[in-house]
Each structure stands twice: as structure tokens, then as C-alpha cells.
Design a protein around this ligand. Structure first.
Ligand code: CA
Ligand code: CA
Ligand code: CA
Ligand code: CA
Length: 320
């Protein structure tokens, strides 16, 4: 027994001294060479994302370029081959918006389902994986691109063997995907969501703290561009809203003083409110702002006021 203990102890000592030696070695080599792949540091690990775009009615590929735009780095673009196939090699552990262009003109952005209760995702937080993410054939509907194979079924951020699609807490931080705080409402959870005071301050009620009532997700995403006419406009709340408090004053959508005529649709057990509207009333290349101010939850508590903006693409609507 004692011997075994000693053996373990010396084994631990061996490993910790090995570790110290390695760390010292690494530290000295780091101070010697400074950094950069050309100086001998290993390149950041990448993962392939591939697929093919559909052909249009003339038998030509519906897009010529695929773009992966990480929220924290310059975009990466690749030509789509004559067989309509594409392949991107992307650094893991970044969130990418993937879009398609035809001769430099925006065609569509990839949207995919990641969770049953959230709006379709526009950012893919690319995790490590043994195989490529194979999107299959990409089809286009207005400015939205859909993959035959959802990337979230092939991505596992926390490496627990459950894909993001099935996992209810993708990053394993004990906050469920539906409760993640996307403070700037841009559709990606990242450092920009830290330290924003408007994001979910705890409220003191009868000596007990409870999360504030607020908008937790929006569509179109805040500050997004190239939004097509068939995009949903709506918000998801962290409470069931009192439908009687939803009207054109408490949930307005406007561009330069021109208000959209919304019919409000309630979904997701009253936690989602959508503004259904006549698509032909939308203005091309215009900045839209949605404002929520005065909506209550069913328990009478008021939702914190919120607003967000997006820009439409050239909608090519006749008469405008
Ligand atoms: Ca997982
Ligand atoms: Ca998920
Ligand atoms: Ca989480
Ligand atoms: Ca965010």
C-alpha cells in the first residue's frame, strides 16, 4: 500500500517536473521567436466547411463566391467551382456568418435551425471536429440560403457528444441556449455581450431578485444588412406577453418616418411576437428600426424598452 502510494507520488513528481521543464522550454522559445506562423508557431487549427450551391433555371450555379465572415476578423471568401461546389478552410472557435455572392453582388445568407425555441441562426460558432461540415446542396429563397444538411447537427461546441442541434446548452455554461444573453441582439453570443448594463439587470422584488423582463432575441438581427423582403420581423421575450398590450404604438417598425402596417402574430406560447406585413410596402436599401416600448408580460410586469435596426437589400420591387 505504502509502496503504491510512493509510486504514485513519484509519478506525480515526475510529471509535474516534466510539465515545468516543458513550460520553461516553451516560455524560452516564445521569448526567443516572438510569434507568427512563419516563425514556427503552429497555425491555428481549422475545419473544412463544404457544400454546393443549386443551379438556376439556366443550369448555371446560383452563386460564384462563398464568404465566411467571422465576427472578430476579416471575411474569408472562396470561388465556387464550375461544378457549383465549394470548400472553406476556417479557423475553429470563431462565429461565422456564411453568405453567397454572384459576381460581387450579395445573393443570400445561410440560416439554419439550431434550437427549437430560438429564431433561425445566422452565425455558426465553428467547433473542432474530426470530419468536415458538409452542408450538402444550398438552396436559395429570397435572401435566405438553406443547407440540405444543417451545420448545427455536425457541430458540437462543448464536445459532449451531443450536437448543437440536440444540445440545449451548446457551450455548457449552465445557461440554456434559449436563456443566453445576447445583449447587443446581433445573433451571436460573444465578448461584445459582456458589461452591457442594459442586459438583464436583476430586479429586486419583495426582497427577492428576479431576471428583468426583456427582449432576448430579435429577427432580423440587430445591425444586419442585406435583409430581403421575406425576412421575418419579430422579437422573442423571456416571458409570455399580454397580447392586449401589443399594438402599433408598443411595437413599431419604421424607416425614415414611414411605419410598416403590422399584423401581430403570437408564437412560441406567447413568447414570440412577429410583425406580419405586406412585403410590397418595404423600401429598398433602407434602414429599418423596430421599437418595443410598453409591452407587458401576462403577470403585469413591463418588458424593458428595446430597439434594433437593419438594412434592406435592393428589393427590386417594381414601382419603387
Ligand atoms: Ca454539445
Ligand atoms: Ca442547441
Ligand atoms: Ca449556454
Ligand atoms: Ca451578441
Amino acid at each position: 500500500m505504502k509502496d503504491k502510494k510512493m509510486m504514485l507520488l513519484s509519478k506525480n513528481l515526475f510529471f509535474s517536473s516534466l510539465f515545468l521543464a516543458l513550460a520553461a522550454c516553451q516560455a524560452s522559445s516564445m521569448s526567443d521567436i516572438g510569434g507568427g506562423t512563419e516563425a514556427g508557431n503552429p497555425p491555428a487549427p481549422t475545419r473544412e466547411v463544404r457544400g454546393s450551391v443549386e443551379e438556376d433555371e439556366n443550369g448555371t450555379c446560383a452563386a460564384t463566391i462563398v464568404v465566411a465572415d467571422p465576427e472578430d476578423n476579416p471575411p474569408i471568401s472562396e470561388q465556387i467551382g464550375p461544378d457549383c461546389r465549394f470548400s472553406l478552410s476556417l479557423e475553429i472557435n470563431h462565429a461565422y456568418e456564411i453568405s453567397f455572392e454572384n459576381s460581387g453582388v450579395f445573393v443570400a445568407r445561410l440560416v439554419f435551425d439550431s434550437n427549437p425555441d430560438t429564431f433561425p441562426a445566422t452565425f455558426l460558432y465553428l467547433a473542432a471536429g474530426d470530419t468536415a461540415i458538409d452542408l450538402g446542396t444550398i438552396t436559395f429563397d429570397g435572401a435566405e440560403a438553406t443547407a440540405a444538411n444543417s451545420p448545427s447537427t455536425q457541430n458540437d461546441q462543448d464536445g459532449d457528444g451531443i450536437s448543437d442541434y440536440e444540445d440545449t446548452d451548446d457551450n455548457n455554461d449552465e445557461t440554456s441556449d434559449t436563456d443566453e444573453e445576447d445583449c447587443d441582439l446581433d445573433g451571436v453570443i460573444d465578448v461584445n455581450d459582456n458589461d452591457i448594463s442594459s442586459c438583464s439587470p436583476e430586479e429586486e422584488e419583495d426582497g427577492e431578485t428576479s431576471p428583468s423582463r426583456q427582449v432576448v432575441e430579435v429577427t432580423p438581427r440587430n445591425n444586419s444588412i442585406n435583409i430581403g423582403e421575406n425576412a421575418d420581423i419579430g422579437a422573442r421575450f423571456n416571458c409570455t406577453v399580454d397580447t392586449a398590450t401589443v399594438n402599433t404604438t408598443t411595437f413599431s417598425v419604421a424607416s425614415e418616418g414611414e411605419f410598416l402596417d403590422c399584423d401581430y402574430i403570437f408564437a412560441n406560447e406567447g413568447k414570440v411576437v412577429l410583425c406580419a406585413h405586406d412585403e410590397t410596402n418595404l423600401i429598398s436599401l433602407a434602414s429599418y428600426t423596430a421599437v418595443i416600448d410598453g409591452i407587458d408580460c401576462t403577470d403585469g410586469a413591463e418588458v424593458n424598452p428595446e430597439s434594433w435596426s437593419w438594412t434592406t437589400l435592393d428589393l427590386g420591387i417594381p414601382g419603387l
